[in-house]
Ligand binder design. Structure first.
Ligand code: ARG
Length: 562
């Protein structure tokens, strides 16, 4: 039941539509005042009466019923108390009925959202700096899907550029098939690093030649490139699997090799292209930005050129309602320029493109560094966190079965949650100990709360008690607070999508867990009897459903026992 809507329909104010009144209904900070309140101040002018009088007259005109337990007027506010037993039933019945779908909606039906995330670079380290784009993108992908959109997950691979010429030159000089096959992406990266520190002018020239060969379709050069690419993708796939990340498209920068020329042509035709020191640029000075570099003086395309072609391709292919780029804030200017150039080209959908920027992640013990050899690989962070999680579990619950599997869910979840629990633009310093604190604002706290609820439900089931019937019981304060929080989950999911901010879901889950644990400590569940026990079991199941659904949206698994 939509309480706002129900209450709003009872209120008649001249010149106001029901929806407008519903939007004005606020939740008073003190539940003793009421569950909903309508401030009457803004009606005073039109109705030519004091807010206090308006509130009194409105209160007198509304009768209590099954839903509205009490109506009163105080200081210009019209206060409503809803029937708590009714509300409780309403919320619980809905959650138990909808189960895994609770929080889902059809609001996005018929609309496509393209989401560009993770977008790894071939033959380069997949490092801690890729954590946020990967897990925030993955969470947005699931959130939009949950809301009925068709999400298209795109891994815009960094597979274009002179560095691949360097890599081939390095491989030819120092590499061999066996070492690379065994060492995989690490061996490939080593070659690249070695090139950068040891290559002389002759090797640089060779690298340029190899790059030219890739471009011109040379068989051998392309075979090597494809090999490096498949090694990289096989490697990152293992990490994606652990983080529950999927994609619908791996069309990377190279995919646009033959799609840039028409774009450059169009820019020229529209008189947007200018020559500057031999290069082709779009002047963005009137918009307070440096020029957008389209072609270098040697005719080579740039990252921006490929993004222009990619955006146009995406629009033509998917007819997106939104196109999101989950990319670090360091690229703010790049995306501002990209969107501006598209706008100047007359693409009115440029307004539907969004740079979903996020902050930096560093490790407490060893800052992220891109300098040679100092990179923190994401895989190592996952491995380390899983090891630590294993140790924590061993200490907390030595008799736990499947410790390895639980440690994997806890450890990987903790790393992901590190990038999902705070406002995404904030820089974060990841600490293993903080992330694995059972009592902190952590994923392990959420997982543990879920397991606690599961254990109660397991005991109930063993005694033949159902958690699926919802008797009419007036909830106590702890129960009512939890119920309100559970009722707020669908809105949180919607807001997370609206703001491109998965942390709205994370925060909602942390609040839910806190209120569930308070309820768990204050209210006896299994020691209660009859309707009260049945009600509490249903509430426990509903809380677990919300926690599970929310964690699933974040890509975090839930162990049955912990
Ligand atoms: N591969 C790029 C990088 O690591 C990110 C690509 C983001 N997506 C895009 N369409 N530009 O910086």
């Amino acid at each position: 039941m939509d309480y706002r809507q129900y209450i709003a329909e009872k209120i008649c104010v001249e010149g106001m539509r029901t929806e407008e009144i519903a939007a004005l209904l606020a939740v008073p900070p003190d539940p003793a005042m009421g569950d909903y309140a309508l401030p009457c101040f803004r009606f005073a002018k039109v109705l030519k009466k004091s807010p206090a009088l308006i509130a009194q007259e409105l209160a007198a005109a509304i009768a209590a019923d099954d839903v509205i337990a009490e109506v009163s007027a105080l200081n210009g506010y019209l206060n409503f108390k809803v029937n708590k037993a009714g509300m409780a039933q309403d919320v619980l019945v809905r959650i138990l009925r909808e189960g895994e779908r609770y929080g889902a909606s059809r609001m996005g039906e018929g609309k496509v959202v393209c989401i560009d995330y993770s977008s790894v670079n071939i033959a380069k380290p997949f490092h801690i700096g890729h954590l946020s784009t990967t897990v925030i993108g993955g969470a947005l992908y699931r959130i939009f899907t949950f809301l009925g959109y068709r999400a298209v997950g795109i891994n815009h691979l960094g597979d274009y550029g002179t560095q691949f010429g360097k890599l081939i030159a390095a491989y030819k000089k120092w590499g061999d098939r066996e070492t690379v096959e065994q060492g995989g992406i690490h061996a490939v990266n080593d070659l690249y690093v070695r090139f950068n520190s040891e290559a002389d002018e002759a090797m640089e020239a060779e690298a340029r030649e190899y790059f030219r060969l890739i471009e011109s379709g040379d068989k051998e050069a392309n075979a090597l490139f494809d090999w490096f690419k498949s090694l990289t993708l096989a490697y990152v796939q293992k990490i994606y699997d652990r983080l529950h990340i999927t994609f619908d498209s791996y069309a990377g920068e190279r995919f646009y090799s033959d799609k840039m020329e028409p774009v450059v042509e169009e820019l020229r035709e529209k008189h947007l292209l200018q020559e500057s020191e031999g290069a082709q640029i779009v002047d963005l000075e009137p918009y307070g930005m440096p020029p957008a570099l389209i072609l270098r003086s040697d005719g080579a395309s740039l990252y921006l050129t490929r993004d222009l072609a990619a955006a146009i391709y995406r629009y033509n292919t998917y007819h997106f309602a939104k196109c999101l780029y989950v990319v670090a804030y360091q690229q703010n200017l790049h995306f501002k320029q990209l969107f501006k150039v598209l706008e100047l080209m007359g693409r009115d959908w440029a307004k539907d493109m969004v740079h979903v920027a996020y902050g930096m992640v560093s490790l407490e013990d060893g800052a992220m560094s891109t300098r040679k050899g100092k990179v923190v690989w994401l895989e190592d962070v996952l491995t380390r966190c899983v090891e630590k999680a294993r140790a924590v579990l061993e200490e907390k619950n030595p008799s736990l079965e499947n410790k390895d599997e639980v440690a994997e869910l806890v450890g990987v979840g903790a790393v992901a949650f590190g990038a999902l629990c705070n406002n995404k633009i904030k820089d974060i310093v990841f600490s293993y100990d903080r992330a694995l604190n059972f009592d902190g604002e952590t994923s392990v706290y959420l997982q543990y709360t879920c397991a606690r609820a599961a254990s109660v439900l397991g005991k109930a089931a063993a005694e033949g008690l159902s958690a699926d019937t919802v008797p009419a019981v007036a909830p106590c304060a702890a129960e009512a607070e939890l119920l309100k929080q559970l009722a707020a989950f669908p809105k949180a999911v919607e807001q997370a999508a609206e703001k491109y901010e998965p942390s709205v879901v994370s925060r909602c889950l942390l609040d839910t867990a806190k209120l569930f644990n308070r309820f768990y400590l204050e209210c006896k569940i299994m020691q209660a009897e009859g309707d009260v026990r049945a009600f509490r079991l249903a509430l426990t199941k509903a809380a677990r459903t919300v926690l599970k659904n929310g964690l699933a949206l974040l890509g975090i698994g839930v162990p049955e026992k912990m």
